[in-house]
Design a protein around this ligand. Structure first.
Ligand code: 6PG
Length: 232
């Protein structure tokens, strides 16, 4: 599928522009269906965007927010993406939104994935918005090179839902939506910042296996166009 690069002079400019685009898209979905859904990524990049989005004046009570992926840690753990979203996005006007976590207190990460899949099943299919990040190794979501479930995660025929992932670069065991859950979002965004990530993107856009740089699955096979938001 095609991708479009949106470059900005600064991270602040990108955050404001992406927040406007997401707010408009959520409002349009609410106008059309009465509800809207968005799955966001964790990591360090999205913080300013979350803070900008949290101030937008939309019908947040009709919005469901969830995560693209999560570390298998409770929400009070500093590594938690839930904690990051709670502190930066579920603030201000966006406090009224419904949040569906991926982490579930379960005896195993596999059981947590089963529970999370059941709890996320009622979120609109497809997502109205998915915001992806990308690591320096070309991972996105928790699709890590060498990941324990990478083939299953990237297989378009894998059922929508949340699966587990373990990989050297991932830290804790992960919970991640599958490629099939994310790739047909009405608005599919890849949000990256810095010259280094631009170089990683250029390599990912070149030839090579998806397993080597899993972001390639999104760039090459997503049903939806990929809107790449980048700032230095
Ligand atoms: O749980 C996570 O860490 C994210 O979902 C992950 O996929 C992230 O988007 C990339 O690792 C980029 O992270 P940075 O924004 O910190 O570079």
């Amino acid at each position: 599928m095609t991708s479009t690069l949106h470059s900005f002079a600064s991270a602040a400019d990108l955050a404001g522009s992406l927040a406007d685009k997401v707010a408009d898209t959520l409002s349009a979905a609410i106008a059309a269906r009465g509800t809207a859904s968005i799955a966001v990524s964790g990591g360090s990049t999205p913080k300013a965007f979350f803070q900008a989005l949290s101030t937008r004046d939309i019908a947040w009570e009709k919005v469901t927010i969830t995560l693209v992926d999560e570390r298998f840690v409770p929400a009070d753990n500093p590594r938690s993406n839930h904690l990051l979203v709670d502190a930066n996005l579920l603030q201000n006007k966006a406090k009224a939104a419904r949040f569906v976590p991926l982490y579930q207190p379960a005896p195993s990460v596999e059981e947590a994935a089963r529970l999370a899949t059941a709890k996320s099943a009622e979120i609109g299919i497809p997502f109205d918005i998915v915001i992806l990040g990308m690591g320096g190794d070309g991972h996105t979501a928790s699709f890590f090179p060498g990941g324990s479930n990478l083939a299953k995660a990237l297989d378009a025929s894998t059922q929508r839902g949340i699966i587990t992932m373990e990989a050297e670069g991932a830290g804790e065991p992960r919970l991640t939506f599958t490629f099939s859950s994310l790739e047909d979002a009405a608005l599919l965004v890849l949000h990256i910042e810095g010259e280094g990530k631009k170089d990683v993107l250029a390599k990912a856009e070149g030839s090579g296996e998806e397993a080597e740089m899993p972001i390639r699955a999104i760039l090459r096979r997503a049903t939806s166009p990929v809107e790449i938001y980048w700032a230095p």
